[in-house]
Design a protein around this ligand. Structure first.
Ligand code: PMP
Length: 392
C-alpha cells in the first residue's frame, strides 16, 4: 500500500504562519552600501571597501585563479593560504593557525573534532549560534553557564563527578551585547578543573589588543587559551576564519574536522586580500585609535540623550528596546533617513530583549555620528519613551 504523500508545502506554510503571527518574520533587503550609512555591519576598521584589499584580491585571483579548485587536503591548499596561516598565527602569538571558509564552520569543525558524547562541554548562555550548533554536530551536550558568570561555571564544573574530558567555550566579545568575556577568570577556573578553554574572538580581533590581536591574542598565551578562533569577515574586512593553537591541535583538526576536510579551500583572492588587511592592521594603528575615540564619543552623547545603551566598550553598542515591534519600528525610521541599523529580535536574543545593534567603525566621521545621534533622538521623541532595562 502506498501511503499518502507528506504535504511539505502545507508544513512550510504552517511554520511561516507561526513566525509571522509571532511578528518574528525575517526579511532580507538588498543593500546598496553607498546608499546608506552603515551602522549594522561588522567592518569595524573600514577595510572591506579599502581599494588596497580589492587590488590584492584581483592580483591573487590572477595569479592563482578565482577559485582554489579543491579542498585543502586534495589540491586546493596554495602558497597564499600557507602564508596567511603563518601571519595569522604570528598575530595572535600561537604556534600555528588553520584557515576555515567561515567562522561558522571553524566553530562547527573545532567542536566536532574535539568533542563527542563523552565530552563535558560548558558554554556561556549568550555564545554565538555556531558554538551551540557545533556541540550538536559533535553529539556533545552543552551545559550553559550564566552570562559571564564564573561562579556559575565553577558550580557546574564542580558538580561533574565523571572523569571525562572538559571544554569551556565562550565568545570573546559577545556578538549581540558587545561585552567582553572574563578570559583570565574563565582560564583560571578551567585550569583548576582540568578543562581546556576555547575562545571565539570573532569581534575582538582587529579591534582589541595592542596590535589588534584581540582580547586573547598576545595577552593570554596558548597554555591559558589553547583553542582560539578568529574570523576574517569582521574587522579584517574579508571573509573566512581561523583556529589558532598548538601543532597538535591543528594537526588534529586537519585529521578530524569535517567542515575543514570536506569543503573547497578559500578562494586565493580572498586570502591575498586578508594578507593586505593584516599589513594595514600593522601599519595603521590609528584606525583602531579612531574607532575607540568614536565609541567613547557615541556613548557619551547617547548617555546625554538618555538612550538605554548596554555597557560596552567595543564597536557593538546595543540599544535596548525590549519589544520586537518597537525595535523594528526604530530600525525602519532610521532606514528612512538613510541609516542602516540592525534590529535584533528573538530567537537571536532572549524574548523581551529586542534591540538595535548599532555598530561603529573607524570609517565613520563625526558628521556620521551626529546623523545617527540626531536620528536616534528623533526616534525617541516619535516612538515614545523607551523602557529602562532590567539587568539581563
Ligand atoms: N562567531 C561569532 C561570535 C560571530 O558573531 C559570528 C558571525 N556573526 C561567527 C562566529 C560566524 O562567523 P562567519 O560570519 O565568518 O561565519
Amino acid at each position: 500500500m502506498v501511503s499518502s504523500p507528506y504535504d511539505w508545502h502545507a508544513r512550510l506554510a504552517e511554520r511561516a504562519a507561526e513566525r509571522r503571527t509571532a511578528r518574528l518574520w525575517r526579511q532580507r533587503h538588498c543593500h546598496a552600501p553607498e546608499a546608506a550609512l552603515d551602522f549594522a555591519g561588522n567592518d569595524y576598521l573600514g577595510l572591506a571597501r579599502d581599494p588596497r584589499l580589492a587590488e590584492a584580491m584581483a592580483v591573487g585571483a590572477r595569479r592563482y585563479g578565482a577559485g582554489a579548485r579543491a579542498s585543502h587536503l586534495v589540491s586546493g591548499h596554495l602558497a597564499v593560504h600557507e602564508t596567511l596561516e603563518a601571519r595569522l598565527a604570528e598575530l595572535v602569538d600561537r604556534p600555528r593557525a588553520l584557515l576555515f571558509s567561515t567562522g561558522y564552520m571553524a566553530n562547527l569543525g573545532t567542536l566536532q573534532a574535539l568533542c563527542d558524547r563523552h565530552t563535558l562541554l560548558y558554554q556561556d548562555r549568550l555564545n554565538h549560534a555556531s558554538l551551540l550548533d557545533g556541540a550538536a554536530l559533535a553529539g556533545a551536550r552543552s551545559r550553559r553557564f550564566h552570562h559571564r558568570d564564573r561562579a556559575d561555571l565553577e558550580r557546574l564544573l564542580a558538580r561533574a563527578t565523571q572523569d571525562m574530558p572538559r571544554l569551556v567555550a565562550t565568545d570573546g566579545v559577545f556578538s549581540m551585547d558587545g561585552d567582553i568575556a572574563d578570559i583570565a577568570g574563565l582560564a583560571e577556573t578551567a585550569r583548576r578543573h582540568g578543562a581546556w578553554l576555547m575562545v571565539d574572538d570573532a569581534h575582538g580581533l582587529g579591534v582589541l589588543g595592542e596590535a589588534g590581536d584581540g582580547c586573547v591574542g598576545r595577552a593570554h598565551g596558548v597554555e591559558t587559551v589553547p583553542v582560539l578562533i578568529g574570523t576574517l569577515g569582521k574587522a579584517l574586512g574579508t571573509e573566512g576564519a581561523f583556529v589558532a593553537g598548538s601543532h597538535e591541535l591543528i594537526e588534529h583538526l586537519i585529521q578530524f574536522a569535517r567542515p575543514y576536510v570536506y569543503t573547497t579551500a578559500q578562494s586565493p583572492g580572498l586570502a591575498a586580500a586578508t594578507l593586505a588587511a593584516l599589513d594595514i592592521l600593522a601599519t595603521e594603528p590609528e584606525r583602531r585609535q579612531r574607532l575607540h575615540t568614536r565609541i567613547a564619543r557615541f556613548r557619551h552623547e547617547a548617555g546625554r540623550l538618555g538612550l538605554p545603551l548596554r555597557e560596552s566598550d567595543t564597536p557593538i553598542q546595543p540599544l535596548m528596546l525590549g519589544d520586537s515591534a518597537r525595535a523594528m519600528a526604530w530600525a525602519k525610521r532610521l532606514a528612512e533617513q538613510g541609516l542602516a541599523v540592525g534590529a535584533i529580535r528573538e530567537p537571536t536574543v532572549p524574548s523581551g530583549q529586542a534591540r538595535l545593534r548599532i555598530t561603529l567603525s573607524s570609517a565613520h566621521s563625526d558628521d556620521d555620528l551626529d546623523a545617527l545621534l540626531d536620528a536616534l533622538s528623533a526616534c525617541q521623541a516619535k516612538e515614545g519613551a523607551v523602557i529602562r532595562e532590567t539587568a539581563p
